[in-house]
Write a protein that binds this ligand. Structure first.
Ligand code: 7JO
Ligand code: MG
Length: 214
C-alpha cells in the first residue's frame, strides 16, 4: 500500500533534517509542505506568532490539542526551559508514531509526551493520571468545533489558573466561531487577535490569544 502524505513528510525529515536540530526539522517540514505537498501544520508564518506567545508564557506545563505530525510540538518544545514539559493530545493512531519520530529527530523526546486519544477523554485525566496541577499554556489546533467545549472542560477540571494563556489556531479559516463567542465578551478572559495567513497559502487566517483571568 503506498505511503501516506504524513509518512512522506517523515521520510523527508528523516532524510534531510540534522538530527537533534529542531530548527532544521521545522525548516524541512515547511520546505516540503510549501513546495511538495500542503499539510495542516501551523507553518512558518503563524509559527512566529506561536513562538512569541510561548516565549511570553514561558510555561512550565504546556498542553497542545491536535499533534498531527508534531510540527507545533517541536515548535513549542524547542522554546521550553529545562524543567518544563509539553503534553500533546492526538486521536489519529496513524499520526501518533509519525509525530513521535519527528519529535525524536528534533531531539525533543524528553520534553514532549504524546497522549493518544480524544482531548475530551484525556483532559479529565490530566490531574489524576498525568499529575498535572494547572496548565500555563494551551495551544488549540484540533477539530475547530471542539475548541469551545474542550476549553470549558479545562475550566471545569480546574486546569486553568489566573494567567493561563490559551492560543487558538485557525480562527480565520476553517474558523472557530463558538470558541470566539466563548472567550470574547467573557469577563474571565482577556483576548487578543493576531491576523495572519493559512499555512503555506495566501488565504487569510488568524490566531486568538485568550488569557484566563480566574
Ligand atoms: C484537526 C486537525 C489537527 C489534528 O487534530 C486531531 N484531532 C482532531 N480532533 C481531536 C480530538 N478531539 N482529540 C485529539 N486530536 C484531535 C486530528 O487527528 C488532526 O491530526 N487540524 C485541522 O483539521 C486543520 C485544518 C486546516 C485546513 C485549512 C484549509 C483547508 F482547506 C482544509 C483544512 C488548517 C489547519 O491549520 C488545521 O489545524
Ligand atoms: Mg491548525
Amino acid at each position: 500500500m503506498d505511503q501516506s502524505k504524513e509518512q512522506r513528510i517523515l521520510n523527508s525529515v528523516s532524510y534531510n533534517a540534522i538530527k537533534g536540530d529542531a530548527e532544521s526539522v521545522l525548516d524541512c517540514i515547511d520546505k516540503y509542505c510549501s513546495q511538495k505537498e500542503w499539510a495542516m501544520n501551523v507553518g512558518d508564518e503563524k509559527g512566529l506568532i506561536l513562538d512569541k506567545i510561548v516565549k511570553e508564557a514561558d510555561p512550565t506545563v504546556a498542553l497542545e490539542l491536535g499533534t498531527y505530525c508534531g510540527y507545533s510540538a517541536v515548535r513549542i518544545a524547542r522554546l521550553l526551559k529545562p524543567s518544563a514539559h509539553l503534553f500533546s493530545i492526538e486521536f489519529n493512531a496513524e499520526f501518533v508514531p509519525i509525530a513521535k519520530e519527528i519529535i525524536e529527530i528534533a531531539g525533543l523526546e524528553d520534553k514532549v509526551t504524546i497522549l493518544e486519544g480524544h482531548a475530551q477523554d484525556i483532559i479529565p485525566q490530566l490531574k489524576t493520571k498525568y499529575n498535572v496541577d494547572t496548565l500555563d499554556f494551551v495551544f488549540l489546533d484540533h477539530w475547530k468545533d471542539r475548541y469551545a467545549p474542550d476549553t470549558i472542560l479545562l475550566e471545569q477540571y480546574g486546569l486553568l489558573r489566573k494567567g493561563s494563556i490559551l492560543l487558538a489556531d485557525n480562527i480565520g479559516f476553517p474558523g472557530a466561531p463558538d470558541f470566539l463567542k466563548h472567550v470574547r465578551n467573557n469577563e474571565h478572559y482577556e483576548c487578543t487577535h493576531y491576523p495572519s495567513h493559512l499555512e503555506y497559502m495566501k488565504a487569510p487566517d488568524a490566531m486568538e490569544k485568550a488569557v484566563y483571568l480566574g
